[in-house]
Design a binder for this molecule. Structure first.
Ligand code: BG6
Length: 465
């Protein structure tokens, strides 16, 4: 018998993207360089097929028709980010009027199309001139961020009522300061902790600016609260998993939602000798400026086991000195990205938020599947038949639906992403969109089968299976 998965009438359906990944820099139009522009100039070979951020999907040129296509596909909301270095070419000081016009127009077009804009302020894209000053390592840059945030609230706050300070702030910490996947390519745990702490402070300061301006809507943060699963019930595996959870989830989650750092995390960093430099008044700001709403990005779980071998004595300290990653036999993998597919993870996250984070209002802000060479699935009508994406989304939506029936305060679902976009080091290797983009003729967009399927889901507020 078919089961019906129904969602509330006002459920937010849509997609998410980010400035650096979709705008394109072919027309810089006064934009300053971000760390991505700089790194690509320096080391283009690090990017898949040598494709850099200048050749992203050109939303900057085509946003009007792209928004119309979103409308056609039934979107009720869309998350994008403002590029700090487009608005402030030097990261601070002078505002670029063309950026103001552009974002004003994007917001207006979305509203005209009946699509609610969700605006994020930071998605991995530090202005290069501020990175030269140390980026998030530097307390001054933290203050610059709150100034930038305030400017955005002032310019756009009259029409935007869902704001987000940052997307996955743990990622620049890991990728930029531990694992050599983002600029500035450092491997330095001490700096990583300072950068993480400053990002949290920056978010709280931006929230503080938002509150000072008055009632302009809700403000939140978007976190990849990847659940940690221990290999076994053995206390050593359990401890390893708890440490991974503290470092990668609870650091940002507790600080953003509860305004405090878990005492176990503080003790751990203290024991390791890696407590960041903290000013007392900062802790009050963090405590008093928690989020109204939480975006949950979920792609894959984190499986953990106790360490099996001692690290090399000369190796720089890494989180992996405290636990090992666990490759669970039989796990399902998306081979193109190498990420495990585990749909129930989204339910576990939502139940955790219900039970331990006062059931804060939240939504699935990113979920998706990147697949390589999707042209092989083209049918005779020229449509990519991405049945695997439909199955992937359904699998997750079923668990979101289950969480709803159990009282979780989850308000929407956004796929990553609307149209195929540029995926950092992977450039255009894996495609995530409901809409494919012809890289040769940038303006050519074609809706995939999943896009039309999702349109029906939105219309019917659910699906049967
Ligand atoms: C999310 C990010 O973590 O994952 C996106 O917010 C990113 O920016 C997405 O594109 C998919 O990851 P990737 O590395 O395959 O692009």
């Amino acid at each position: 018998m078919l089961k019906s998965y129904e969602f509330p009438n006002d459920f937010w359906w849509g997609t998410a993207s980010s400035a650096a990944q979709m705008e394109g820099n072919d027309a810089m139009d006064g934009k300053g360089k971000s760390i991505w522009d700089h790194w690509y100039e320096k080391e283009p070979q690090r990017f898949h097929n040598g494709i850099g951020p200048q050749r992203t999907s050109q939303f900057y040129q085509h946003y009007k028709s792209d928004v119309l296509l979103m409308k056609e596909l039934g979107h009720t909301s869309f998350r994008f980010s403002i590029s700090w270095s487009r608005l402030f070419p030097e990261g601070t000081g002078r505002v670029n009027p063309k950026a103001v016009d552009f974002y004003n127009d994007v917001i207006d077009e979305l509203i005209k199309a009946g699509i609610e804009p969700f605006v994020n302020l930071y998605h991995f894209d530090m202005p290069f001139l501020l990175q030269e000053k140390g980026g998030w390592e530097n307390r001054e840059v933290v203050s610059e961020f709150s100034r930038y945030a305030r400017t955005c609230f002032e310019y756009f706050g009259n029409r935007v009522s869902k704001w987000f300070t940052q997307n996955e702030p743990i990622v620049p910490v890991e990728a930029g300061y531990l694992y050599d996947m983002h600029y500035p390519n450092q491997i330095d745990f001490k700096k990583a902790v300072q950068v993480g702490y400053h990002s949290i402070l920056a978010s709280a300061l931006a929230i503080n600016e938002f509150r000072k301006i008055g009632e302009i809507g809700k403000i939140g943060i978007i976190l990849n609260v990847t659940p940690s699963y221990a290999r076994s019930q053995h206390p050593a595996d359990q401890k390893a998993s708890r440490i991974a959870d503290l470092l990668f989830n609870r650091s940002f989650l507790d600080a953003s939602v509860k305004g405090v750092f878990p005492s176990e995390l503080v003790q751990l960093l203290k024991d390791l000798g890696y407590l960041p430099k903290v000013r007392k008044e900062d802790l009050i700001i963090i405590q008093e400026n928690t989020v109204d709403i939480l975006g949950v990005n979920y792609y894959q779980p984190r499986r953990v086991k106790a360490k099996e071998n001692l690290p090399h004595p000369q190796a720089p300290f890494m989180p992996e000195h405290l636990f090992d990653h666990y490759e669970m036999p039989g796990r399902r993998i998306n081979p193109y990205r190498g990420w495990e597919i585990y749909e129930k993870g989204i339910y576990d996250i939502l139940i955790n938020l219900r039970d331990h984070y006062h059931n804060i209002e939240c939504f699935v802000s990113e979920n998706g599947m990147g697949v390589e060479n999707e042209e092989r699935f083209l049918n005779e009508e020229g449509v990519i038949e991405d049945n695997y994406r439909i199955e992937f989304i359904k699998g997750h939506l079923k668990w979101v639906n289950q969480a709803l029936t159990e009282g979780c305060n989850v308000k929407g679902y956004h796929l990553w992403t609307f149209m195929d976009n540029w995926s950092w080091l992977n450039a255009y290797k894996n495609r995530y969109g409901f809409v494919s983009v012809n890289l040769e003729k940038q303006s050519e967009r074609t809706v995939k089968k999943s896009g039309w399927w999702f349109k029906r889901v939105i219309k019917e507020n659910g699906f049967m299976e």
